[in-house]
Structures are given as C-alpha cells and as structure tokens.
Design a protein around this ligand. Structure first.
Ligand SMILES: Nc1nc2c(c(=O)[nH]1)N[C@H]1C(S)=C(S)[C@@H](COP(=O)(O)O)O[C@H]1N2
Ligand SMILES: [Mo]
Length: 304
C-alpha cells in the first residue's frame, strides 16, 4: 500500500478534500465555517455563523498542554525536541481483537481528510482549525468492541524525562480522558494527525490526538498511546484534579457557568487587537449533529 506522506498534501489536494468533506458531511461542521481560503460551497448553511480560520501562528503558539507547563507559550517553547517516532498506539480492554499499531501503520491504514472544527476551551476562548484526521470509529471497529464496551478511555503518554510538566503533580499523569461509546463512535469524533495540511506540530499533540468538537477543549487529548474500551465511566485527569469543576461529559453549554466564570461568550483568538467576543453556542454549534446523543439527560448536571 502506498504510504501517506504529509508532503503530498498540496493545496490542490486540500481543496479537493474540502469539497469531498463538505459533500460527505452534508450540513455538518465542514459547511459551518466558511471563511478566508475556504471553498464557498453552494451547500453551505447560510443560517449558521460564519467564522474565519484562526491563523496558523496562533494555532501553534497559544496552546494548552500541561505536560510542557501551564503557560500558553510553554508548549511551543518546550516541545520541539519531543520524540514522536517510533510511536505505538494500543487499543485494548473490552475488545475481541486488541491492537498494537505503529503511527506509520495508522497513517497508511486510515487516510486523513480535512475537517474544519472549532476548538472551544473551557477558559473562554476559541479557534477555528483545519484539522487533518480520520473518524475514531474506524480504528475502534477494527478492534471489535464487545458488548461490555460502554466507555472509551484515552491515555496520553507518560514521559517525565521529556515532559517537564510531568515532574510536577499538576494533574494525575498520564493525562486521561474519556467518552461514552456512542460519543466515541460518532462521525464527528476524529483522531487528528495534522493541521493546516501539515504534520501535527508537537505542541498540538503529535503524533496523534483526539478532537471532539462539541465538547470543551480539554476532552481532546494529545499524544495518545492507549485507547481502552471499558465498562465503567472513566475518571479523567480533570475530574480527579477538580471534581467540583469538571465532570465527565463537558459538553459546551453557554447556559451553565463554570463555578468560577461564565461560559456565555468566547474570545476569538487572533480575531484582531480588540479581541472580539462572540456568543458561545450550545454544543459549540454542533447541536444538529449531536444533541440526540443526550436526549433525556439533564445537561446542567455535572456538565463541566
Ligand atoms: N495530553 C494533554 N492533552 C490536552 C491538554 C493537556 O494539557 N494535555 N489540554 C487540553 C486543553 S485544556 C485544550 S483547550 C486543548 C488545546 O489544544 P490546542 O493546544 O491544540 O489548541 O488540548 C487539550 N488536550
Ligand atoms: Mo482547554
């Protein structure tokens, strides 16, 4: 099989992928954000908000990645020498077919496509990023989850030698997150291998990170080494660090405040010197696609 190379992604391929994506996903995220450099698709839902792509320099210099420190510029400053090859990912737990797969094999078996998703951090800022990735469900299905697989746990790398932040008990290392199985299987949930048509920068979670666009940013784990199918709801590092502030679901919800601040609006990163704030929308704007996952649930309860 031909190996997928990042260098082969030319602007033209990206353009094609974008069109394909917009076609495939109908009114999903792809058509939601029509901004500079983007294909203005005839299928775009004009009722939805139009947002611009966040400049590459902001996407790659304003980051949250506590393994490298808690400052926004720490990840770009401290992660450049982080070694991401070789890299294996294990998919195990409640599966009939546990998998250990190298990053090279992942890139070969699961071709990446572009997805333009908004990342909304719980801190009250957001960015619109052209990610490269593939649906998580593709790799989960290969592992054949058993009927006991009710949740999925994501475990990031533990490497205090290379990750200075892990030498301090800021979080319960390694970084852990979780999704319900139906959330994990949803087509909008992707494993990210790149952004802006390029290899994923270390500070953004290379070589493999999760992206769940309707949840707060912290659910989108970076540098994943283990995806575990489990029966019980996993405890994330954030739930453990601050149980009164963070719960399991963490769906974006402008009507429920974080205990220490409001979630009603968000600051658009790179939006100009005046740093405009825009209203935050339910499920970060992906309600049409995902609200049905939560029918009958009290969305105000332990949402964060
Ligand atoms: N392993 C790991 N993943 C992580 C984090 C982290 O500290 N460690 N921070 C999360 C938070 S709070 C956010 S908002 C996003 C930020 O992603 P970005 O830096 O690519 O914009 O990554 C999430 N994933
Ligand atoms: Mo965040």
């Amino acid at each position: 099989m031909k190996k997928f190379k990042y260098s082969e992604i030319t602007p033209e391929n990206i353009y094609k992928n974008r069109r394909k994506f917009i076609k495939n996903m109908g009114l999903a995220a792809g058509s939601m954000f029509i901004g500079q450099n983007l294909v203005t698709s005839a299928s775009a839902n004009t009722n939805k908000e139009e947002l611009k792509l966040t400049d590459y320099r902001y996407v790659t210099t304003y980051n949250n990645y506590y393994e490298f420190g808690t400052g926004k510029s720490n990840p770009v400053e401290r992660s450049q020498k982080f070694k991401t090859t070789p890299w294996d990912v294990v998919i195990d737990g409640e599966v009939e077919n546990p998998i250990k797969i190298s990053m090279d094999e992942i890139l070969e078996m699961f071709p990446s496509e572009e997805r333009i998703y908004k990342l909304r951090c719980v801190e009250g800022w957001s960015m619109v990023i052209p990610w490269l990735g593939f649906p998580l469900n593709k790799i989960l299905k290969k592992a054949l989850p058993t009927n006991k697989a009710k949740f999925v746990k994501f475990i990031s790398v533990l490497d205090p030698e290379q990750m200075i932040g892990q030498r301090f008990p800021i979080l319960d290392w390694p970084y852990k997150e979780g999704l319900r199985i139906d959330e994990a299987m949803h087509d909008l949930t992707i494993l990210v291998t790149g952004l802006y048509g390029k290899k994923l920068p270390n500070q953004n979670g290379a070589p493999l990170r999760l992206m769940v666009p309707w949840k707060y940013g912290f659910k989108s784990s970076k540098a994943i080494v283990n995806i575990k199918l489990v029966e019980k709801m996993p405890t994330s590092s954030w739930m453990k660090a601050s149980p009164n502030e963070y719960g399991f679901y963490s769906n974006v919800n402008p009507t429920v405040d974080h205990p220490r601040w409001s979630q009603a609006t968000e600051r658009v990163i790179g939006g100009g010197i005046i740093s405009p704030r825009i209203p935050t929308t339910m499920f970060n704007g992906y309600g049409d696609e995902v609200a049905n996952l939560y029918t009958g649930m009290d969305l105000k309860k332990k949402f964060l």
